[in-house]
Design a protein. Structure first.
Length: 270
């Protein structure tokens, strides 16, 4: 009877702890959403100019893209809320206490690690662009003029939205699908699941980005297609690897450093 009561108390304690953890995640997600929404509201004029103005101020989207953009934003928000609040593994009390003791040191290491990988990825992609520039169509190169009109806040919002869109809408749902398919294997491998989700999601995103760039620039070029695919695979693979093996913070800071450095180099040399 005593053992049953003690087990019952532990179970209730863990339930309360998990509910409190869910409440914490919900509060953190709400605060992050409010902060990002505040920056979006403050930058609404620049965002509208970037999306719907013609060159050299923006990419020149038409009103037909408003509904898809709203749908993508709502899908990103919904998936981020699901994976950030609900679909999170609950840690035990001992591990939570241990993580709390070294939280700041691990966070610093994570941010430094992500910043270094973001810097290396930006340098690699910039070198690929320098090599491929003579072979890219002029209709695509003209769009680099918009980097001169971007401010830091808009670049930060772009980095946050793009990384969140890739992780929550594409890679994480794909990892769930692959994990369901690997149930039938006798010895499912977590590394195999992780690498598979990164590779497949990177290829899907690369093909989609190549098609999107071709539609926006109104040009069909095999050189442009190959360039966009290579750049997208490199950046998305970096984000996926950092997310799975380092942490979400490393993935976000890597994409932020990447976007800032690429925008700065494009503004200086183009």
């Amino acid at each position: 009877m005593i053992e049953q009561q003690s087990k019952r108390q532990i179970t209730l304690f863990e339930a309360v702890l998990n509910n409190y953890s869910t409440l914490q995640r919900c509060l953190m997600f709400t605060c992050a959403f409010l902060v990002v929404s505040g920056f979006v509201f403050a930058e609404r004029a620049n965002i509208a100019s970037f999306l719907f103005s013609g060159l050299p101020m923006g990419i020149g989207l038409t009103s037909n893209f408003i509904a898809p953009l709203v749908a993508v934003g709502f899908l990103t928000l919904s998936c981020s809320a699901y994976f950030g609040i609900i679909c999170v593994s609950n840690a035990s009390p001992s591990s939570q206490q241990a993580n709390g003791n070294r939280f700041l040191s691990e966070l610093r290491m994570t941010l430094v690690f992500g910043a270094c990988f973001g810097l290396l990825t930006a340098i690699l992609c910039s070198l690929i662009f320098v090599i491929a520039e003579p072979y890219l169509p002029q209709a695509f190169l003209e769009y680099h003029q918009i980097f001169g009109s971007l401010d830091v806040v808009l670049i930060v919002l772009t980095a946050i939205f793009s990384s969140t869109l890739y992780l929550s809408v594409l890679m994480l749902p794909l990892s769930i699908v692959l994990s369901r398919l690997m149930v039938f294997e006798t010895t499912p491998s977590q590394v195999k699941l992780t690498i598979g989700s990164i590779v497949i999601s990177s290829i899907i995103l690369a093909l989609f980005m190549a098609l999107l760039v071709a539609v926006i620039t109104a040009t069909l070029s095999i050189n442009l297609f190959i360039f966009i695919v290579i750049i997208t695979i490199i950046t998305s693979s970096t984000l996926g690897l950092l997310y799975w093996f380092v942490g979400l913070e490393a993935s976000l800071i890597a994409n932020l450093v990447y976007c800032l450095l690429v925008s700065y180099l494009a503004h200086i040399f183009l």
